[in-house]
Design a protein. Structure first.
Length: 90
């Protein structure tokens, strides 16, 4: 499959905080963004609910995944390799 480069702009703090979360989940930035893009295509809509109700961010992984309409399940072993998913993304 051919690849295309996407250049996005983000403020430094947002990028840094997102990178910390991705790293904790065993993902790199490219994989995380590709997950978002593929899930958007699969659902034909954004893979999360947009809301004007602002709630405090809870940094637990279970709650982060819960914000994604329950579509993702958190493994018992958070540090498990993602080889199967990476193969799927290629």
């Amino acid at each position: 499959m051919q690849t295309a480069h996407i250049n996005i702009c983000s403020d430094v703090e947002t990028k840094s905080k997102a990178q910390e979360i991705f790293t904790a989940l065993g993902l790199d930035m490219s994989t995380a963004i590709n997950m978002f893009l593929r899930q958007t295509i699969r659902q034909n809509e954004l893979p999360f609910v947009l809301s004007a109700n602002v709630k405090p961010i809870n940094k637990s992984r279970l709650e982060m995944f819960g914000c994604l309409r329950g579509e993702y399940k958190v493994a018992d072993d958070f540090d498990a390799p993602l080889d199967d998913f990476r193969e799927y993304m290629e």
